[in-house]
Design a protein around this ligand. Structure first.
Ligand code: AHM
Ligand code: MG
Length: 299
């Protein structure tokens, strides 16, 4: 079976980028080990006013330490940090975004959560289409890595020796029939509501877990449209452009799918600020194009 390193060596990736991808994806091992002793909520909130569990903080601090020691990262932005963190001693210039633990409200109920990573050439304040690499580690029954270095999307899983081996090459998202929408139904805006009614009428099946990374992994495999829309009271939506939308949307797009803010390709949007939030529609190409063409989704 092809290992992660063997796969990376078969690509046109720079050596330092290969090292960075391997190093960060290996942090799934200590992060998983930390689950058992970091379950409880702590007395702090992140910059979005969301309660943190100890594992959010632990994963963030662990990944920041990994970046600092690696000397491969010049700047890092995290969902759990208010500012960009600079590493002046770095010998490479990569700029990295992380959602250290996406879906963390599910940790206490033992459902799948993950780490989302985006790598840019020099700055994190870039359009998603400029990502050099994007990947996620999904902590489910298996530890799965979904990766793109702009040469297709590939899945790997950690084996008994804690080595990533390829489980699916050249993932292509099918035109499947799953759907999901975040936010309270009573707060959905009219065009979004109309779109969801269309999906239900067409026989789309509801699948929503509360973990974006786990949901998008499922949609990559089976197809359909996952959404977290603009809603009454929060017209920006909930999810974050830099940490969630761009890396996951880039992976889906590399697999032949699409990500949209409801009107246009979200990967073309330049971030206005670190905590830029954005409505998200991500999944199979056909249904997202239909939505953009036939629904006047509120953005
Ligand atoms: P998190 O990064 O703090 O876990 O927040 C993001 C999560 C996504 O994983 C998920 O899609 C969404 O928030 C769930 O929100 P809600 O609880 O409103 O359904
Ligand atoms: Mg998140």
């Amino acid at each position: 079976m092809t290992t992660l390193r063997e796969y990376l060596d078969s690509t046109s990736c720079e050596e330092k980028l290969k090292d960075l991808i391997e190093l960060v994806s290996d942090q799934a091992i200590p992060i998983r080990k930390a689950f058992i002793s970091n379950q409880e909520y702590v007395d702090s909130e992140n910059i979005y006013g969301e309660k943190q569990i100890a594992l959010d903080k632990w994963s963030n601090e662990h990944l920041m330490k990994t970046f600092r020691e690696s000397k491969l990262v010049k700047e890092a932005a995290s969902e759990e940090e208010a500012e960009v963190v600079e590493f002046p001693d770095a010998e490479a210039s990569y700029a990295v975004t992380i959602d250290p633990l996406d879906g963390s409200s599910l940790v206490q109920v033992n459902l799948a959560v993950g780490t989302i990573v985006g790598v840019y050439e020099k700055s994190v304040m870039e359009e998603g289409r400029n990502l050099k690499a994007a990947f996620y580690m999904l902590y489910g029954p298996l530890t799965v890595l979904g990766l793109t270095v702009r040469e297709g999307v590939h899945f790997f899983a950690l084996n008994e020796e804690n080595e990533y081996v390829m489980t699916q090459k050249d993932v292509r998202i099918p035109e499947g029939k799953l759907y999901a929408s975040g936010a309270l139904k009573r707060d959905w805006l009219p065009e979004h509501q109309r779109f969801i009614e269309y999906l239900e009428k067409e026989g789309y099946k509801l699948r929503y877990s509360g973990s974006f990374v786990a949901d998008v992994h499922q949609y990559l495999k089976y197809g359909g449209v996952f959404s977290y829309p603009a809603y009454r009271g929060k017209e920006t939506g909930k999810l974050r452009l830099l940490f969630e939308a761009n890396p996951m949307g880039f992976i889906v797009s590399e697999a032949g799918g699409r990500i949209s803010d409801g009107k246009k390709n979200l990967l073309e949007i330049r971030p206005e600020k670190l905590d830029h939030r954005i409505p998200i529609y991500v999944g199979s190409k056909g249904i997202i194009e239909k939505m953009e063409n036939e629904y006047d989704i509120e953005v």
